[in-house]
Design a protein around this ligand. Structure first.
Ligand code: GAR
Length: 192
């Protein structure tokens, strides 16, 4: 049995963190046991902190405002990730732009609530909902120096139904995210 460690970084509600903890933490897939070794947020009031605590995990809080530059913040992230022994880092609603200090050192994937390369950035759900497109979707990609721009690993699309509200659209995105992200993590950890 090999134990493979994950780090999960988040800024908000943490529903994707919770899906990872429910589906993967301490679970065995073939010869691999997955452990979430680090939960980290840049916001002291992030909902994900209580969700991690339900699994006995005390989150590390690094407030980006306490650092003089993006690079210094990123160096602190790298230190925490390396200390945890995580071989894969998951950005699950981690709303920070990362510099090469992070991207060149950390093997990381990002979850994004649109069909990339469309609707990059922090307002993907609203922008894709408002667009003329007949489908919405979710992407998981490798983190690179380019914001929401690394190689795409997996995508899932759904049809917008007639008269769909923004709330229903957002709920559909989260439902897909909670399935897709854990699946991708297992595929990566069980291949490598
Ligand atoms: C998710 O929808 C994720 O795709 C999005 O933040 C949300 C976090 O939800 N990420 C981005 O927009 C990244 N640009 P959660 O805190 O409930 O997991």
């Amino acid at each position: 049995m090999v134990v493979k460690k994950l780090a999960v970084l988040f800024s908000g509600n943490g529903s994707n963190l919770e899906a990872i903890l429910q589906k993967l933490h301490g679970k065995i897939f073939g010869e691999t046991k997955i452990e979430v070794a680090l939960t980290l947020s840049n916001k002291a009031d992030a909902g994900g902190i209580a969700k991690a605590a339900k699994f006995g995990l005390k989150s590390v809080i690094l407030n980006h405002k306490d650092f003089a530059s993006r690079e210094e913040f990123d160096a602190a992230l790298v230190r925490e990730i390396e200390k945890s022994g995580a071989e894969l880092t998951v950005l699950a609603g981690f709303m920070r732009i990362l510099t090469p200090v992070f991207t060149s050192r950390v093997r990381a994937i990002n979850l994004h609530p649109s069909l990339l390369p469309l609707f990059k950035g922090a307002h993907a759900i609203e922008q894709s909902f408002e667009s003329d497109m007949k489908v919405g979707g979710v992407s998981v990609h490798w983190v690179s120096e380019e914001l929401d721009g690394g190689k795409i690993i997996a995508q899932r699309a759904f049809e917008k139904s007639a008269g769909m509200s923004l709330e229903a659209y957002e709920a559909k995105i989260h439902e897909i995210e909670h399935e897709l992200l854990p699946q991708v993590i297992v595929e990566i950890l069980c291949q490598s």
